[in-house]
Design a protein around this ligand. Structure first.
Ligand code: CMP
Length: 138
């Protein structure tokens, strides 16, 4: 059965002009784009989105970074979407990402790592509902 996941093309990749190439990799891998929106988010919106990381030392820098410029917010759909997108993205730290993954190709650093993808069904449900209204997901 088709599954949905949430993804972000992060400010580093958008500012370097990699958004189209990343979308092409995602579509080539069989994901359907259910919804997509370009937006510059506030630091407060980033803090709410990343609330599970609030106690981490990198939390403030991460929220500053995510609100530093336009991003693409996306809902993607395919069989096994959550795990398959994580595999396509590669390791969080691009230094550890495998050849052919989006982070290997486009990420700069562990923070400016080009793309986000939900890590489980419950986080995907939270993240989709955080950014998109039901009528945008038909
Ligand atoms: P993301 O998949 O969006 O989920 C949380 C983000 O925190 C992660 O990608 C990175 O951008 C960032 N992150 C994770 N670990 C670190 C770290 N050790 N130092 C800085 N940023 C990190």
């Amino acid at each position: 059965m088709a599954q949905r996941t949430f993804s972000i093309i992060k400010p580093d990749a958008v500012s370097k002009g990699h958004a189209g190439a990343i979308l092409a990799e995602i579509e080539k891998a069989g994901f359907k784009l259910v919804s997509i929106r370009k937006q510059t988010i506030s630091k407060q919106q980033a803090q709410g989105f990343y609330h599970v990381h609030a106690a981490r030392p990198f939390f403030n820098d991460l929220c500053e970074f995510m609100s530093s410029g336009p991003i693409f917010l996306m809902v993607l759909e395919k069989e096994n979407a959550i795990a398959d997108l994580r595999k396509l993205m590669g390791a969080t730290n691009p230094a550890n990402a495998e050849e052919g993954t989006i982070r290997k190709m486009f990420a700069e650093s562990i923070q400016a790592n080009a793309i986000h993808g939900s890590d489980a069904e419950d986080t995907a449900a939270f993240e989709i509902a955080y950014w998109f209204a039901g009528y945008e997901l038909l």
